[in-house]
Ligand binder design. Structure first.
Ligand SMILES: Nc1ncnc2c1ncn2[C@@H]1O[C@H](COP(=O)(O)OP(=O)(O)OP(=O)(O)O)[C@@H](O)[C@H]1O
Length: 237
């Protein structure tokens, strides 16, 4: 598997007169779990939308595995699995039929991989039920299975714990850490949940009003304080 790295280089996004993202730069190493941490409206979703090609940066560039999303989009994006908005699911099909549908589009997924990923997201028992009978957490997990199906080397998740119960959040955390640390998959998540990010991430960028205030390794932050104390010190909230 090609190892993924992510590099934001002075990325700015303006919509109308408003600067939503203001010259942000950061990089993520292969196998790292990295968090974009910031309050609602900080610009996290916008940053992730640009990374996956849903929006174009006004200035600057983003490189994935060294490929520019502006100049080499196809190559840049091919290793990415992402859930940015709500996952696209067909509620009148079963979970399994949804996965098969996506597997066909990506072309390189076999039955073993399907079985493996269904077990990983904990949907084995319900996979033949229609998605309309699923809870929000189950839909999230099916969306995650979709994003992971083609074995991406970079996984991008926007507020991944939304709608999950505490047990589900714990399982997702263990899984993301496992694929990162054992298999070298790079994981980028956005969240405003401090305690969750403290448990999940190896490194974080604190973002507020479109600007990155700080980038740090989690182990350095928690040496002296909790992430929450640190966050309150760094931001003006
Ligand atoms: N298409 C748009 N047009 C105008 N303003 C926008 C647009 N998209 C986002 N914004 C504004 O940009 C800012 C950042 O939004 P964004 O959704 O990226 O933040 P976020 O950090 O993901 O927050 P949340 O957790 O609430 O989703 C907000 O003030 C939002 O209102």
């Amino acid at each position: 598997m090609e190892r993924a790295t992510v590099q934001f280089d002075k990325v700015t996004k303006k919509i109308g007169k408003k600067t939503i993202i203001d010259e942000i730069s950061f990089s993520i190493a292969p196998g790292e779990v990295f968090g974009l941490l910031g309050p609602n409206g900080a610009g996290k979703t916008t940053a992730l939308r640009m990374l996956t090609g849903l929006m174009k940066p006004t200035k600057g560039d983003i490189r994935l595995c060294g490929y520019s999303i502006q100049k080499d989009f196809e190559k840049a994006i091919q290793h990415v699995g992402a859930i940015i908005e709500n996952p696209d699911l067909y509620s009148y099909l079963t979970g399994y039929q949804n996965l098969i549908h996506f597997a066909r589009m990506s072309g390189k997924v076999n039955k073993e991989r399907l079985t493996e990923i269904i077990a990983l997201v904990g949907l084995a028992e319900a996979i033949n039920d229609k998605v309309k009978t699923y809870s929000l957490g189950m839909r999230q997990r099916l969306g995650l299975a979709q994003a992971l199906l083609h074995s991406p080397s970079l996984v991008v998740l926007d507020e991944p714990t939304n709608g999950l119960d505490p047990a589900g959040i714990g399982e997702l955390r263990q899984y993301l850490k496992k694929i990162a640390h054992d298999e070298g998959v790079t994981v980028l998540v956005s969240s405003h949940l401090l305690s969750e990010m403290e448990l999940l991430c190896d490194g974080i960028a604190i973002i507020q009003k479109g600007k990155i205030l700080q980038i740090q390794k989690m182990q350095d932050i928690v040496k002296n304080s909790t992430l929450e104390e640190h966050f309150l010190e760094v931001t003006d909230r």
